[in-house]
Write a protein that binds this ligand. Structure first.
Ligand SMILES: Nc1nc2c(c(=O)[nH]1)N[C@H]1C(S)=C(S)[C@@H](COP(=O)(O)OP(=O)(O)OC[C@H]3O[C@@H](n4cnc5c(N)ncnc54)[C@H](O)[C@@H]3O)O[C@H]1N2
Ligand code: MOO
Length: 394
């Protein structure tokens, strides 16, 4: 039986995402979140005709005669009254323009003596921002919008302090294996330090989820069962390791005992072949391979898109193009995601894969800027060929 392609597998993983659930958040927590309900402005902006310059408000028809300065308006401190013919008002940026005035002359273009002001340069633009010229009360930011920094500023200006967005999914991260101890502990004979759980939690957080790293599990069914029980309330459980065919690779067995509906196990991808996905009760499950680079690559390709889908984001993963920086041999029967560095030359982006593609080498992964994507059975390539890549988060 031929293995699923990455594309087919991704579709099955995205199908595990439940409909996004609403949650109200303060604007300070809204960056990157997707609006689930329209946000409606409670303000008109500017709320009054506002000066765009520090200078003098006056009537254009009065020029070029000298004018009498009758008062002052600053931002937050308006001037009550209407400007009569022959009068000018000292005004500062953001202040309401008084009734009667139709021009603000910037102070660099004026000369002042006592309470007399003369305009010294021919006036051009009126330097008035009309009421409502930015936005009006009742204007909407439509549901579906992913909020960036400028959206948050706009919502604040609209006096919308909280917004309804898709709830951030909770992701339980379960690493395990008798060989693992935590960073800071002293490894015994044959032991190494667990890195995958931190890596996957970081990728989950970067995609917008709320990760929770579970205690390291041991290579026993009992230990894994306890961990799955601990994660039952999470939206997603990500296991790392124990996905392959070894005698100690218990994840598949324990998950099946717990009633996992399996979407697939193993895909035509390198690294990442032992990837597993499915659902246990209300929790989506991804079983990532244990090799540290394989775990991270599969998290970038499957976990992060799953989280983004749960957050209401529907845009596909950005595949970019550049030119190959070195010759490559023909590809095997799995789609290959090679760790690569990006550089620029006069003709654009150059993508140079590392010679060392061992799926356990974190030192190489940490230097990589991108994953160079090669199709299964891709023929030999030479430097300069057009290639596709996925940028990696730094
Ligand atoms: N006979 C076969 N052997 C293997 C196959 C195969 O198809 N047939 N696939 C290989 C591939 S590809 C991968 S990837 C690994 C995946 O195996 P598992 O998912 O079962 O992972 P483990 O055996 O538990 O661990 C693999 C490797 O990764 C280290 N590891 C695990 N967890 C962590 C962690 N939290 N932090 C750091 N390092 C971790 C673990 O010590 C192992 O060295 O299987 C191949 N074998
Ligand atoms: O998938 Mo293993 O993930 O090739 O190293």
């Amino acid at each position: 039986m031929s293995l699923l392609s990455v594309e087919e597998a991704l579709e099955l993983v995205l199908a595990l995402a439940p409909v996004p659930q609403p949650e109200d958040v303060d604007l300070s927590d809204a960056l990157g979140r997707v609006l689930l309900r329209d946000a409606v402005s409670r303000m008109t902006q500017p709320p009054f005709d506002a000066a765009a310059m520090d200078g003098y408000a006056l009537r254009r028809a009065d020029l070029p005669a000298p004018l009498q300065v009758v008062g002052e308006a600053a931002a937050g401190r308006g001037w009550d009254g209407a400007l009569a013919p022959g009068q000018a008002l000292r005004i500062f940026t953001g202040a309401p323009v008084p009734t009667g005035a139709d021009l603000v002359v910037m102070q660099e273009d004026t000369a002042r003596t006592g309470d007399q002001v003369t305009v010294t340069a021919p006036p051009g633009h009126d330097n008035i921002r009309p009421r409502g010229s930015d936005f009006a009360e009742g204007e909407r930011i439509a549901a579906g919008r992913r909020l960036g920094p400028a959206d948050i500023a706009l919502l604040a200006a609209m006096n919308v302090p909280r917004v309804t967005v898709a709830r951030a999914p909770t992701v339980a991260v379960l690493a395990g294996g008798d060989e693992l101890v935590q960073p800071g502990e002293t490894p015994g004979p044959g032991q190494i330090i667990s890195s995958n759980d931190l890596a996957i939690a970081a990728l989950a957080r970067a995609a917008g989820a709320v990760p929770r790293i579970l205690p390291l599990a041991r290579d026993t069914e009992e230990s894994l069962r306890a961990a799955f029980a601990d994660a039952a309330e999470s939206d997603v459980i990500v296991t790392i390791g124990g996905a392959s065919v070894g005698d100690h690779d218990l994840i598949g067995r324990v998950a099946a005992d717990l009633g996992m509906e399996r979407a697939f196990h193993r895909i035509a991808m390198r690294p990442g072949k032992p990837l597993m996905a499915g659902r246990i009760g209300g929790t989506a499950m991804l079983g990532l391979p244990g090799n540290p680079v394989s775990a991270m690559v599969t998290a970038v390709l499957f976990l992060q898109p799953l989280i983004r889908r749960m957050l209401g984001q529907t845009d596909a993963m950005a595949l970019r193009h550049g030119r190959l920086g070195r010759d490559l041999p023909p590809e095997g029967n799995r789609e290959h995601y090679l760790r690569a560095v990006l550089s620029d030359d006069a003709a654009g982006v150059v993508v140079t894969p590392f010679a060392d593609q061992d799926s356990a080498r974190l030192s190489v992964m940490a230097q990589a800027d991108a994953l160079l994507v090669r199709a299964a059975f891709d023929p030999a390539r030479t430097a300069g060929d057009r290639v596709a890549y996925i940028p990696l988060p730094h």
